[in-house]
Design a protein around this ligand. Structure first.
Ligand SMILES: [Cu+2]
Length: 57
C-alpha cells in the first residue's frame, strides 16, 4: 500500500466489530459496525499501524 491510500475495513462477519488503532502515525476508532458495512480511513503517513478490535481483544 502507498502513502495516502484509503484502506477499507469491511465487516463480513455475522457479528459487530469495532476496529481501532492507537498508533502514533494514525490513531482512529471506527466505532462498532455490523455485517455488510465498510468503514474507510486514509493513511497519509508512512509506517506501521497496529489495528485491533475493541470487541474482540
Ligand atoms: Cu471484532
Amino acid at each position: 500500500m502507498k502513502q495516502g491510500d484509503v484502506v477499507s475495513f469491511p465487516n463480513f462477519d455475522t457479528f459487530f466489530h469495532n476496529v481501532y488503532s492507537l498508533s502514533d502515525i494514525k490513531s482512529f476508532d471506527l466505532g462498532s459496525y455490523k455485517q455488510g458495512e465498510t468503514k474507510k480511513r486514509t493513511f497519509k503517513e508512512k509506517g506501521v499501524v497496529e489495528v485491533e478490535c475493541a470487541i474482540h481483544p
